[in-house]
Design a protein around this ligand. Structure first.
Ligand code: ARG
Length: 375
């Protein structure tokens, strides 16, 4: 347990206020009667125990609204369709892993990806920031084999006892799951780590680069907060927008840095920036990722469709009498942003509860003495 300077009475007051706010929202938006009785019950439970228990329906609604409130997410239109797995009773690492495998398989759904969140017991932590990540191995000369972003995670897993993979740029990392009984490492079986090889519809040499990416983004290091309660192990997935893979993960100089190789595969003159070889390579890599996922039968969005969908989400929210917050710099795509409607609109940022809050990585010292309610 983290030591906390918050007094028990401050915590009680905070929990009651947050519970009231969330339960009011839940009852109002769902047209459910019985709010007063439920508030009395929760008020009483918090007074006796310092905390309270959400019903499964409350938790389900809270997780869906946390998605609706995610200011950095451009794919929020289907927020009501999020499948919520209430696994609050699951606390042993082995059992957590079993449920993570079930999550990965159900979410992939043979390629027709479904958004799912699995909510585990409060003492569970997943050290990986996403369930599916490629290792990043720092080389003696200073370079990196694999995903440079994952070097700290890879080194953390080594310290926990991982003996390392074959050393390719695409070694899938094991999961570090902490729960009742300590931290345990689990390697993922192949059928749970569906990946798509990247090929281009007209340029075979691009396929020759051997690029690939995971079918599923599953974020696993964000705390779900609902009604003043925190769920630190609540991995959730949607489906990719191709720009995430093609314009960032494979393209960023600090990631796989593949634009020079893609440009060469396209036969472009890379001697001068003004030939716009980077831009041309970027577009073709995006074409390739969409083509490859489509061919593999794995659901993926493109930045034009998803931003139009976001405008529909804004309209639907306005009809429901709610305003949409957003972080513009995250909502616009990293490719041709001004060709999408989001470019031309403005957004107010700011957190609203229920919400997802990023966690500091397990290998960075947790800040002691901080009040978890306000910190
Ligand atoms: N951008 C992250 C990645 O490429 C994934 C973030 C979540 N994306 C999503 N489409 N739900 O790995």
């Amino acid at each position: 347990m983290t030591p906390t300077p918050c007094s028990p009475s401050a915590r009680t007051a905070y929990r009651r206020a947050e519970a009231e706010q969330f339960l009011t929202l839940y009852h109002e938006e769902s047209g459910l009667p019985g709010l007063t009785a439920r508030l009395v019950e929760v008020w009483d439970e918090v007074g006796r125990t310092g905390s309270y228990t959400l019903t499964s329906s409350e938790l389900t609604y809270g997780a869906r609204v946390a998605w609706r409130n995610s200011t950095r997410c451009v794919g929020r239109l289907p927020w009501r369709s999020l499948e919520v797995r209430d696994l609050r009773h699951v606390t042993r690492p082995d059992d957590v892993f079993t449920h993570l495998l079930a999550h990965l398989r159900a979410a992939l759904n043979g390629g027709r990806i479904r958004p799912i969140i699995s909510i585990f017991g409060p003492d569970v932590r997943i050290h990986n920031d996403q369930l599916l990540r490629y290792a990043g191995y720092r080389q003696p000369g200073g370079g990196v084999v694999g995903d440079p972003q994952n070097v700290p995670l890879t080194e953390h897993l080594r310290r926990l006892g991982w003996t390392g993979g074959p050393g390719t740029p695409w070694d899938v990392l094991p999961l570090a799951v902490e729960g009742r009984g300590g931290v345990r490492l689990f390697s993922l079986p192949e059928d749970a780590t569906r990946q798509v090889p990247i090929t281009h519809p007209e340029v075979p040499a691009l396929g020759g680069l051997g690029l690939r990416w995971f079918a599923l983004p599953v974020l696993s290091r964000m705390t779900l907060e609902v009604g003043g309660l925190s769920f630190p192990a609540a991995p959730f997935n949607g489906w990719y927008v191709q720009t995430e893979i093609a314009a960032r993960n494979l393209a960023d100089e600090e990631r796989y840095n593949m634009l020079p190789a893609v440009a060469r595969a396209l036969g472009l003159d890379t001697a001068r920036d003004r030939t716009l070889w980077r831009d041309r390579a970027l577009v073709e890599l995006n074409v390739a990722v969409l083509h490859s996922f489509d061919r593999a039968g794995v659901r993926i969005a493109d930045h034009h469709a998803v931003t139009r969908q976001f405008v529909r989400f804004e309209e639907a929210e306005a009809r429901a009498g709610r305003s949409v917050r957003g972080r513009w710099s995250w909502l616009i795509p990293p490719l041709s942003p001004a060709t999408t409607p989001v470019w031309h609109r403005s957004y107010v940022d700011g957190d609203e509860s229920p919400r997802f809050v990023p966690q500091p990585p397990a290998w960075e010292e947790r800040q002691a003495g901080r009040c978890p309610l306000h910190g």
